[in-house]
Write a protein that binds this ligand. Sequence first.
Ligand SMILES: [Zn+2]
Length: 358
Amino acid sequence: MSGTERLPAGYPEARATFRDRARSVGARLEAVVHPEAGPDGDELAVDVAVVGRPDAPARLAVVAGTHGVEGYAGSMCLARLLAEEARDLGDDLAAVLVHALNPYGFAWCRRVDEGNVDLNRNCIDFAAGLPANPGYDELAEALVPRRWDDPQVRAAADEALAGYAARHGFPALQAAVSAGQYRHPTGVFYGGTAPVWSQRVLADLTRRHLQGAERVAVLDLHTGLGPWGQAELIASRPDEAERARLAAFFGAYTVPADGTSVSADVSGDILEALRRWLPGTETTLVAVEWGTVDIVSVSNALRADAWLHAYGELRSPAGARIKDQLRAAFAPPEGDWAAAVTERFATVVAQAKEGLLR
Ligand SMILES: [Zn+2]
């Protein structure tokens, strides 16, 4: 399908395209409206399309925009799916498509939500207490210094991060920074103190659209880690039976806890929550993570954005530059990147469909 291998211009266009395409295939469409508005006053919502028989024994859920700005690519993938693969699901398979699970982050060009919370670190068991991350505590001031706009402060902060990597190794730095932290609300990879709006919406959607299925596969679409345009399928703490299904569906996949992934082993991702919410269902859950630019550029874009929202002026030339930098790190404008993403996405969807119907 030509014309779909292009990132949307922004959240409003992405949302309109998703809803139009969902209607064109006769999907059941619903919107869960977010309490806040977008930068131009536009409505924000999680839009959900269910294609096929809602009581089908097998369900393929595809989630775009768990990390706000990563929804540019996720939305493009959902548009492609609605134009192509969702047209012939048969009687035994339904597709549950979730557009902009974190609509605030998508519209405002942030990876995190309205409260600076990383939804993929928020799905922990808060009753069990907040996980500690002493590495992050040590680096918090260097990661998001109050004077990000002061070159001398920046240089000292970058030196502190390089020193940590030199002492402990780069994987330890990546884990300290990105595994999740629960003590620095204006920092990066902050997991919050209670389930956030998007998590509560996802729990409700799971109850209404996925519970009761015999088999559920989930593709949670992400960008920003790994080599340019290449995808890694990342599982979250699968048991032996799920490992066997992952291998049967997709062939290669990685598990951060095994040390095989581009991602650190994180706490509180949505896949773990989905598995908890689907007891008795055969689950096959992966994040599909597409690489963009190098990890230091991605990390610096996130640090700058956290600083902007904590200490800077959003509507200023510096604010606009930081937003451009963030968007380029998670939704690169190059057409070859978008084409690589949609091509691999089509393959992964075909594998998931075949695996669910086997
Ligand atoms: Zn992500």
